[in-house]
Design a protein around this ligand. Structure first.
Ligand code: HEM
Length: 179
């Protein structure tokens, strides 16, 4: 994971729980807390911080990862506003994640660890996003979708029965728009 992700996690913890909480998490995870945005750090290092955050806050790891996804969207908007422009709705935006947004992210950060999404566009108000990644961060994807829904001021239901954490080789995110 890129340093930018670690820095965003630190910002979220500081804003919501205070600087002492972030210091305690860094201590517990054995991290010095210095992350250069463009450098690559191990996925395990991020998971160690999330695990420490979960222990200290009492919030379960999946809930924390999901909250982090929701937090990321307004922050991404500050730095990558162009990706949010010109879309009719949430669905149109989500359709660009794999073929536009993450393609551009890859150009900026060639060794970024990015997921793979494929899409089944079932009807105007239903779509399935199939998520594949060795990092199994489906909860982050769900939080990002929820954050994007808030940005587009839409309601979105997410049904997630098929999951890599339950032994499947992919996660299926069945999305319902403005139900
Ligand atoms: C402007 C919007 C977005 C930007 C700029 C962006 C950028 C990024 C960046 C920089 C990373 C980290 C790569 C690394 O550290 O190596 C990442 C990872 C990820 N992104 Fe996006 N992203 C955006 C929107 C989304 C949305 C809407 C979704 C969900 C549908 C999504 C799903 C993910 C997931 C799940 C990961 C974690 C890596 C993994 O699962 O393998 N992203 N993205």
């Amino acid at each position: 994971m890129k340093g930018i992700v670690f820095n965003l996690l630190g910002d979220m913890v500081e804003e919501q729980f205070g600087l002492e909480a972030w210091d305690a998490i860094l201590d517990k995870a054995g991290s010095d807390g210095i992350f250069v945005a463009t450098e690559t750090y191990s996925d395990e290092a991020l998971l160690a911080l999330v695990a420490a955050g979960s222990e200290i806050s009492g919030i379960a790891v999946p809930d924390l990862v999901r909250a982090f996804g929701r937090y990321m969207i307004p922050r991404f908007r500050e730095s990558y506003g162009i990706f949010f422009e010109g879309h009719q709705d949430l669905k149109a935006f989500l359709l660009t994640v794999d073929s536009v947004i993450h393609v551009e992210v890859r150009k900026l950060y060639p060794e970024a660890g990015l997921p793979e999404f494929s899409y089944q566009n079932e009807s105007d108000d239903q779509m399935t996003m199939t998520y594949r990644s060795p990092r199994k961060l489906c909860d982050l994807a769900i939080g990002l979708i929820e954050g994007a829904a808030a940005h587009f001021e839409e309601k979105c239901t997410i049904n997630h029965d098929v999951c890599m954490h339950k032994g499947a080789d992919r996660c299926e995110l069945h999305l319902g728009f403005n139900p």
